[in-house]
Ligand binder design. Structure first.
Ligand SMILES: C[S@@+](CC[C@H](N)C(=O)[O-])C[C@H]1O[C@@H](n2cnc3c(N)ncnc32)[C@H](O)[C@@H]1O
Length: 298
């Protein structure tokens, strides 16, 4: 740890932000999912969405995949605490233990699905689809594992149209003050005779390497793979300092916003500068749009 404080860099804290929890729930509620018997939740994170999904269809089996082993561990713990038998790996099961359908979690990539064809009634990927570099590969894989008539649902705050006019000043101020804070920490470490903070390009994700698709580009992409958009919605959220501080502390965003800096430092400075940056631009909240899409396999 090179900064000044310990930061939890998983998505766990941010996934509990009330505004996000409510938005995710409202997104899932746009589709009737009570008939689903087999969910696949891609990029499942710490399992908050999975818990909502089995709440909507308690008889359903849930399979969750995430590329981060720490998130798979958190999701596993969450479901064990809820009383589920949780198994690890990609083997799908119809077992029911203590009256609850068995849940499975696996570390893996959302664009590499080792399942037979047509096995899931519903695939979800919340707040993550923008992270996948090859969207055609991703959607083709999802379409393959969905049953005919099955649903794909995703939401994202990284698409063309997400940023609201007049809010750029906040993002600019946030990154500027986070960078100043890194320089301060660097100076302090060097003054103490310790190695400073090095920015090494290529050690984390490139800054916003993936193009942000528009709503119409998403619809066309889905159609190319036999998925017809049945509900496309944009949700405006008002994001406060707590929201930006907790997303700043998440390594998945920090490695993009401050690409190349040590992750723990990037997370710490983005977390600690979010609220001051809001005050500097005389705001208490920043509006931002979420794209929500439900599609059906034809
Ligand atoms: C912003 S979090 C969203 C988590 C969860 N879907 C939610 O909405 O609460 C993004 C998640 O995507 C995961 N992720 C990133 N790239 C991935 C990939 N190629 N395959 C699977 N998961 C990925 C991250 O580890 C992280 O858990």
């Amino acid at each position: 740890m090179q900064g000044t404080q310990e930061t939890n860099t998983t998505y766990a804290a941010h996934s509990q932000e009330l505004v996000l929890v409510e938005a995710n729930r409202a997104f899932l509620d746009r589709q009737s999912l009570g008939h689903v018997r087999c969910f696949l939740d891609l990029a499942c994170g710490p399992g908050v969405i999975g818990e909502m999904l089995v709440g909507l269809s308690p008889a359903a089996h849930l399979h969750g995949i995430d590329s981060d082993p720490a998130h798979i561990e958190l999701a596993t713990e969450r479901f064990r605490t809820l009383g589920y038998d949780v198994r690890s790996g990609h083997d799908l099961t119809s077992d029911v233990v203590n009256g609850r359908p068995v849940v499975t979690f696996a570390v893996g990539s959302a664009d590499d699905l080792p399942f037979p064809e047509a096995v899931f009634d519903c695939v979800t990927i919340t707040n993550a689809i923008h992270l996948l570099p090859d969207k055609d590969r991703l959607i083709q894989g999802i379409a393959r594992v969905l049953r005919p008539g099955g649903f794909l649902g995703f939401n994202s705050a990284f698409y063309a149209g997400t940023l609201v006019e007049g809010t750029h000043a906040f993002y600019h101020e946030w990154i500027k003050s986070a960078t100043i804070r890194i320089n301060e920490i660097d100076g302090r470490l060097k003054a103490e005779g310790k190695p400073g903070i090095k920015r090494v390009r290529g050690t984390t994700r490139k800054a916003f390497q993936n193009p942000w698709l528009s709503r119409d580009e998403w619809i066309a992409l889905l159609e190319r793979h036999g998925l017809g958009a049945i509900d496309v919605h944009e949700r405006a959220l008002d994001l406060d300092g707590s929201f930006f501080a907790s997303i700043g502390a998440y390594s998945g965003l920090a490695e993009t916003l401050l690409s190349g800096y040590p992750i723990d430092v990037a997370c710490e400075v983005l977390q600690s500068t979010a609220e001051p940056a809001l005050r500097t631009v005389n705001r208490t909240t920043v509006p931002r749009n979420w794209l929500e899409v439900w599609a059906r396999k034809t």
